[in-house]
Design a protein around this ligand. Structure first.
Ligand SMILES: [Zn+2]
Length: 463
């Protein structure tokens, strides 16, 4: 079996409160040694990579990804989606069940698992649906999904509207010790909204999607988490109201958690009105592009459908609240909600375009910029949101560099400047609003089970 010695890096492992310069030895797919003894324990035929000046951390986990298989392989496949994950520094992704057919039985879970082993570049964990066909009417076979190996259940893309049904789902999930992830959207309040309801939706003449449509379901989930004792994880939080509700509920010790996506803590609804509106106003809150920035700002037109996602980009105040929630620990997890769509689907009027953007390859950089470089979070705390926190919530045996752990490792350079280009993306779809953005910080190598599955060209001479 193979051995890999990463020497001289700054090892940050929040699972053991470690942040120091150290060597790391990976052998036979496991972490074999860390620190002084790593190099002496390395066999003579070990591959050695000098990672001085770089950060070495547990492999990053993205617990909200749409891989689109089965059924929508024109948008993404397990092969391309996991390749994009590897480029973004992710060694594990959790895929959502709103595929075609929906992941709602053991057979589909097995199909994806086999395909992921064969074609996936990184680890793929699978979620199952809460309700049959994600239709919100009757429960999916939660017990057999659990037996088939799902790590959570969710109707993501949809939201169970019937509170009684949600209560039963939580009771079953608790019985089977499965976390429930919820896409929080009240259909009556949101109706056919396509962007955040506020000043810009009025100016642009687009139907509004009020924050209350999210807050309402977050509040419902808190009430039901308390009633049932089941863990509810609120997906892609976007509103100030949600953060406030979650903060209060967590203070009371309720089993509830939340995640946020980089687009919600970077962009705002002003962006839908075009790049000029955005950079003149809310864009000044983006790290690297603040007041005084003299370079060229990335440009996009108004009604750009790469700015249409669910939940929508919200106001600057909401963005600030999400950031504060991440900083004070109310929101424990950062994820991409990577939602690939083909160009032909997005090249339509804003009203008709599908919701969603890709995110795996820009996620780490935007998080480093908005949280670490902006001085809001130290690096170990940021890394915890991609490692220990998602692993704990979904009970994955991942997210640690303790000796004996799986040898999933991310090597990153938090300071490296680069420009994201949609055409260079490994994803099959190119629907990112961050095309042409100058970013700071990126993954340099992604290591799964001790094998380097992707590395930046700068490391080419070394690996
Ligand atoms: Zn969703």
């Amino acid at each position: 079996m193979s051995s890999l010695l990463l020497s001289g890096g700054r090892v940050i492992d929040p699972s053991q409160d470690l942040d120091s310069s150290a060597d790391l030895l990976l052998r036979d797919g496991k972490v074999a040694a860390i620190g002084k003894e790593a190099s002496s324990k390395a066999p003579s035929d070990a591959k050695r990579v000098d990672v001085k000046g770089l950060v070495v951390c547990p492999g990053l986990i993205d617990l909200h990804v749409h891989l689109r298989e089965p059924g929508q392989s024109a948008k993404e496949t397990i092969a391309t989606g996991t390749a994009a994950a590897a480029r973004g520094g992710f060694t594990s992704v959790v895929c959502m069940p709103n595929t075609s057919p929906v992941i709602e039985n053991a057979g589909t879970v097995a199909l994806i698992r086999e395909k992921a082993v064969r074609e996936g570049v990184v680890n793929v964990f699978i979620t199952g649906a809460i309700t049959r066909d994600i239709a919100g009417e009757e429960l999916a076979p939660i017990g057999s999904l659990k037996q088939a190996g799902v790590v959570a259940i969710t109707d993501d893309g949809h939201c169970v509207q019937n509170n009684e049904l949600m209560r039963r789902a939580l009771e079953y999930a608790k019985m089977f010790d499965l976390p429930v992830m919820d896409h929080c959207q009240d259909y009556a309040l949101v109706s056919d909204g396509v962007m955040h309801e506020g000043y810009w939706s009025t100016i642009l003449g687009l139907r509004g999607w009020p924050s209350a449509g999210e807050d309402m379901i977050v509040a419902r989930n808190i009430v039901l988490a308390e009633l049932t004792g089941a863990h509810v994880h609120c997906q892609h939080l976007s509103s100030a109201g949600s953060v406030e509700l979650l903060r209060a509920a967590r203070k009371r010790g309720l089993p509830i958690s939340g995640e946020a996506c980089p687009h919600h803590f970077t962009l705002t609804d002003a962006a839908v009105s075009g790049s000029e509106s955005f950079w003149q106003q809310d864009g000044r809150g983006v790290f690297g592009y603040q007041k005084g920035f003299s370079g060229t700002h990335p440009a996009w037109p108004n009604y750009d459908t790469n700015l249409k996602m669910n939940p929508p980009l919200r106001s600057a105040r909401d963005r600030q609240a999400i950031i504060e929630g991440l900083v004070d620990g109310t929101i424990e997890v950062i994820c991409s909600d990577h939602a690939p769509h083909s160009d032909y689907e997005k090249d339509v009027e804003f009203d008709y375009a599908p919701f969603g953007i890709t995110g795996l390859e820009t996620e780490l950089s935007l998080s480093l910029m908005q949280l670490y470089h902006a001085g809001r979070l130290p690096l170990p705390a940021l890394i915890a949101k991609f490692t220990t926190a998602p692993a704990r919530i979904l009970r994955l045996a991942k997210g640690s560099l303790r000796v004996g752990s799986d040898a999933d490792v991310t090597v990153l350079d938090p300071d490296r400047p680069w420009v994201f280009r949609r055409d260079e993306s490994a994803s099959k779809s190119k629907n990112s609003p961050f095309d042409g953005w100058s970013l700071k910080g990126k993954a340099m190598a992604t290591i799964v089970a001790g094998n380097i599955v992707w590395h930046d060209t700068c490391l080419s001479g070394k690996v």
